[in-house]
Design a protein around this ligand. Structure first.
Ligand SMILES: [Zn+2]
Length: 463
C-alpha cells in the first residue's frame, strides 16, 4: 500500500507479508450488513482447517461472539480463550482467540469451525461538525454512510487463522458465502464480480483475501476492469483503463510472469478528513480519498506512481510473499522501486528524477540502520521512511553499481525463489546468485551493513 500524504499516524497498512499456505481453508455461511446501522451479523463456518499445534484465530474486536462451535463429530460448543498480550497484529484491530483441549495444556483446533457474531460500528455521515474519525486506515471496518469498506486481512472481519510457528496468516482462502445488505444496491466480495442487488451468493475457488465493498453506489465494467463507485467520467475511465493495461503489460514483460486475473478498482472516501491512500488486495485495488485524492490521482502524471505501486504488488505481495523482520521492507521497498522504474520507462524520466530527489531530501535527517543490522521491526525507527524511502534509495544505489539488467535479474530471482523465510540471508543470497560473491561483498560493505549506508547510497546516485 502507499500513502499519499505524509501523515504519520501510527496506523500502518500492510499487505499480507507471509507465505503461501499449505492447505486452504474455506469460508461458508451468511453475512447480513446494514450500511445505515453500521452493522455486520455473521453466521460463518471455517472449513478445511489445517492441523496446527500453535495458532490464534483473529477476529475484529468490534465483533461480539454469540458462540464458537466445533463441527467435528456431533458438534459441540467451545470455550474460547483470548490472548491479550502476545498477538499484536499491526494496529490491534483483532482479538486473538484459541481453544484448549481436555488437558487444558494444549491447544485444540477443530477441522471445521462455526462462529456466530454481531458487530456494530460508527457510521460517519460527513466530515463536518467533528462527526468523523481523526484517522482512517486499511484495517478499519469503515461505514461512510453510503458503503462498507473492509480489507481482507488486517481488519479480521471474518475469522482468520494464524500459524504462530510459521508466522503465517491464512488470509487467502476460498469462499461460498451469502451476503445480504438491506440498504445496499451493489455488493462486492473480492474475487467475484460485483452484483447489482442487495443480496446474493458469492463463490471463489481461488484463494483470496476477502475484502468487501458494499453499498449504494454505481459500478462500470470497461475492458474487463470493474470500476466500483468511480469518481471519473467515461473518457477518464477509458484513459485510466488503457494506462492500467499498459502498466500490467510492462510488469509482465519485465518479470516474465503473466499478470493474470480480472481486475477491480474500487474508489471510496475515508472516515477522516486528512487520510488518503491506496491498498492492493488482488484481484482488487482500493483507492480511498476525497476529491483530487480519488481516482483522478492515478491520471495525474506526477502521481501515477501511486497506481504503478499498487499494481506492482501483484508480484511483490501477491505472487511472492514475504515474512520475517525484513519482509515488510522488501514488500514495500521492492514494490516502490519497481513502480519508480515504470515511471522512468513509461511516464517520464524527469518525473522519476523528481521522485528520487524528493525521497533523498526526505531522508535528510533520517539515521537508518542498514538491512544487515535490523534485528526487530522497531529498528526501522520510522517504518514509513524506512520502507518507502530508504529502501528504494538503497535499491537505486545498487542499480547504479550493477546496472538495470542485473537489477531486473535480481528481482526475478527474488520472485521465483522458493525459499520460505525472507530474511537477510535470502536478500543477500538472491543478489549473490546474480552478481557473484566478489561484487556482492563490495555492495554489502557499502550499502547493506554500513552505518553510513544512506550517505553512501546518495553519493552513488548523485555521481
Ligand atoms: Zn504498498
Amino acid at each position: 500500500m502507499r500513502k499519499l500524504l505524509l501523515v504519520i499516524t501510527g496506523f500502518y497498512c500492510l499487505l499480507n507479508i507471509c507465505f503461501a499456505q499449505d492447505s486452504v481453508p474455506k469460508l461458508t455461511g451468511n453475512i447480513k450488513i446494514s450500511i445505515k446501522e453500521g452493522s455486520i451479523e455473521s453466521d460463518l463456518k471455517l472449513e478445511n482447517i489445517p492441523h496446527l499445534e500453535d495458532y490464534y484465530i483473529r477476529l475484529n474486536k468490534g465483533m461480539n461472539v454469540l458462540n464458537w462451535k466445533s463441527l467435528d463429530g456431533k458438534g459441540f460448543l467451545l470455550h474460547a480463550s483470548v490472548e491479550y498480550d502476545k498477538d499484536s497484529f499491526q494496529t490491534g484491530e483483532s482479538m486473538a482467540y484459541y481453544f484448549l483441549d481436555n488437558t487444558r495444556k494444549r491447544k485444540y483446533l477443530p477441522n471445521n469451525l462455526e462462529v456466530k457474531y454481531v458487530g456494530k460500528f460508527p457510521v460517519v455521515k460527513d466530515t463536518l461538525n467533528d462527526n468523523y474519525m481523526l484517522s482512517d486506515w486499511k484495517g478499519n471496518i469503515a461505514f461512510n454512510s453510503y458503503s462498507l469498506r473492509t480489507d481482507g486481512a488486517q481488519s479480521s472481519w471474518y475469522p482468520i487463522l494464524y500459524d504462530i510457528k510459521k508466522d503465517l496468516p491464512y488470509d487467502n482462502i476460498t469462499y461460498d458465502i451469502n451476503v445480504s445488505c438491506i440498504d445496499c444496491k451493489v455488493l462486492y466480495v473480492n474475487g467475484s464480480a460485483p452484483l447489482n442487488s442487495n443480496k446474493g451468493q458469492f463463490e471463489s475457488k481461488n484463494p483470496v483475501p476477502i475484502n468487501l465493498y458494499c453499498g449504494d453506489f454505481k459500478y462500470k465494467e470497461i475492458d474487463s476492469i470493474y470500476f466500483l463507485n468511480p469518481d471519473l467520467n467515461k473518457n477518464q475511465l477509458d484513459s485510466l483503463g488503457r494506462d492500467i493495461d499498459k502498466y500490467k503489460k510492462y510488469y509482465q514483460q519485465t518479470f516474465a510472469i503473466p499478470y493474470k486475473d480480472a481486475f477491480t478498482l474500487i474508489h471510496t472516501t475515508p472516515l477522516s478528513k486528512r487520510n488518503a491512500w491506496s491498498f492492493a488486495s488482488f484481484p482488487s485495488v482500493v483507492n480511498i480519498g476525497f476529491g483530487k485524492y480519488g481516482l483522478q490521482l492515478y491520471l495525474d502524471s506526477a502521481n501515477r506512481l501511486t497506481i504503478a505501486h499498487e499494481l506492482a504488488h501483484y508480484y511483490f505481495g501477491n505472487y511472492r510473499k514475504f515474512n520475517d523482520v525484513l519482509g515488510d521492507m522488501m514488500l514495500e521497498g521492492f514494490t516502490e522501486y519497481t513502480g519508480m522504474q515504470l515511471m522512468r520507462n513509461l511516464i517520464s524520466p524527469n518525473i522519476y528524477n523528481k521522485i528520487l530527489t524528493q525521497k533523498i531530501n526526505i531522508l535528510k535527517d533520517f539515521q537508518a540502520v542498514p538491512f544487515g543490522k535490523i534485528k526487530v521491526s522497531s529498528d526501522f525507527q520510522n517504518r514509513e521512511l524506512y520502507v518507502y524511502y530508504y529502501a528504494p534509495v538503497i535499491f537505486t544505489a545498487i542499480e547504479k553499481i550493477i546496472g538495470t539488467d542485473n537489477m531486473n535479474s535480481w528481482l526475478k530471482n527474488i520472485l521465483n525463489n522458493k525459499e520460505k523465510t525472507t530474511n537477510y540471508a535470502f536478500l543477500s543470497g538472491t543478489l549473490k546468485n546474480v552478481i557473484g560473491e566478489q561484487k556482492f561483498a563490495e555492495i554489502e560493505s557499502q550499502l547493506l551493513t554500513s552505518d553510513i549506508s544512506k550517505s553512501n547510497a546518495i553519493e552513488l546516485i548523485s555521481k
